[in-house]
Design a protein around this ligand. Sequence first.
Ligand code: MTE
Ligand code: MO
Length: 201
Amino acid sequence: MALDLFNRRAREDRERFGERLPPGQKLTDGWPVLHYGGVPSIDMAAWKFSIVGLVEKDVSFGWDEFLALPQTTLRSDIHCVTHWSKFDNDWTGVTFRELMQHVRPKPEAKHVMVHSFGGYTTNVSLAELMDDDVIVAHRHNGEPLAKEHGGPMRLVVPKLYFWKSAKWVRGLVFMDDVKAGFWEMYGYHIHGDPWTEERYS
Ligand SMILES: Nc1nc2c(c(=O)[nH]1)N[C@H]1C(S)=C(S)[C@@H](COP(=O)(O)O)O[C@H]1N2
Ligand SMILES: [Mo]
């Protein structure tokens, strides 16, 4: 699409949806599939979600243990750095806050590296993961999360661009300082706030 047409559509959407659509974003009804590399094959019997690094004690959950944690459904919007947004996604899973009931971070823990099956990583500050809309999700709009969208489990951080919402999540490493994850190393913004368009650095 020509850039001026794209910009006009973005402006129209902004007028229509006001504050809900961040600058430079265009609303989509579909759900694009975007990731680097292939969809990893995950052996559910061996599936494990681990929390390590600057924590008093390493914690890990098997699949059944994870599903036995209190489950929540939260509605949020998706904003991808490639300019599409998708409103009203119902995510079901375990909120990050709930997860933290089972983890004792060391006082110096300030940032987290999120790790995925397949090797993807992305960094998020611990403070932002503690927002009440952050969830580790295995269902989307009532359906099991499709493989290509990160099934069986993905992280969802609605307040940041969608590359921070790691698909096929396998664990978290607590860190004292900010470190760049995969896309952050290749020039994506270290933070990624859609409202101030922290797209690339
Ligand atoms: N494991 C993993 N997670 C990932 C990615 C990836 O390459 N690998 N890409 C990110 C990017 S750039 C985007 S835009 C979203 C896309 O999610 P979707 O395919 O469900 O729309 O996943 C994010 N999470
Ligand atoms: Mo993306």
